[in-house]
Design a protein around this ligand. Structure first.
Ligand SMILES: [Zn+2]
Length: 262
């Protein structure tokens, strides 16, 4: 059988050592280039996001169907080509990460799902043409609220680009809506936002609700209120922020402490 030789161009430096310890949203990490490839980084810093193709060296290569264990062990099986799981015949990792900075032979990134020591095969810029705003994807429900919220937070950060207070409020609201309605990118889930531009942008990013075709998203700018209204199959969920909270409150308080929900 034909063989293809690949040589790593870099290695991942990450505090995470085992695939099972990798959080779903990935981790901040450093990609350390081998000295002979440093010239190939020229101009990379002009990108906010890059694709990392890596070799998941600890992944099993003999599995063709698995259930997405990390997301939800109770989910039905999928073929490995229908998942992003580590296990696959050629365990090539494809990760979209935010590029923080380039220093010498080191690339600092956010949200990389490759463990420390992972060989990196290639680095490519993310282009506008890579963007599909509301793709059709299967819904694999995360097994816990913490996990579902973590996934929403990753989407929110990639979309909104800063972890401001209103982004975190939007993530909490979206997690409550997902608990009630399931897949937030569902063509019959309508979303109305009242509040800041950051809240609206976050909710639009995590729900993929567009203004038209199909029209799912409406917005009223309001400095006094932070509120989202979610409607599906004649059921309505309204989530309204109770008052003013700081970053830590929004991370730590319970839903009922932060929001009026009805
Ligand atoms: Zn913001």
């Amino acid at each position: 059988m034909e063989e293809i030789n690949l040589r790593p161009v870099a290695y991942v430096l990450s505090p995470v050592e085992e695939p099972s310890d990798m959080p779903l949203g990935g981790k901040d990490a450093i990609i350390e280039l081998l000295p002979e490839y440093v010239e190939a980084l020229q101009g990379l810093e002009k990108n906010s996001h890059i694709w990392i193709l890596s070799w998941f060296h600890k992944a099993p290569r003999d599995l063709l169907k698995i259930s997405p264990l990390k997301v939800n062990p109770d989910s039905p099986e999928y073929g490995v080509f229908a998942l992003r799981a580590f296990a696959r015949p050629n365990p090539i990792g494809l990760s979209l990460v935010r590029l923080e900075r380039v220093e010498g032979n080191r690339i600092y990134v956010r949200g990389l799902d490759a463990i420390g020591g992972t060989p990196v095969l290639d680095i490519k810029p993310y282009f506008e043409n890579d963007t599909i705003f509301s793709p059709l994807t299967p819904y694999i429900r995360g097994k816990s609220r913490e996990m579902r919220q973590g996934m929403i937070r990753k989407h929110a950060f990639i979309h909104h680009g800063e972890e401001c207070t209103d982004m975190l409020i939007g993530v909490r609201m979206a997690a409550i809506a997902e608990d009630r309605f399931g897949h937030l990118n569902s063509s019959d889930l309508m979303v109305h936002v009242q509040g800041s531009l950051c809240l609206a942008d976050t909710i639009q990013g995590v729900s993929r609700a567009r203004l038209a075709n199909p029209p799912r998203f409406t917005y009223t700018n309001n400095d006094e209120v932070s509120e989202t209204t979610w409607t599906k199959n004649n059921q309505t969920l309204i989530i309204r922020l109770k008052g003013t909270f700081n970053h830590d409150d929004i991370e730590n308080l319970a839903d009922e402490e932060l929001f009026d929900i009805f």
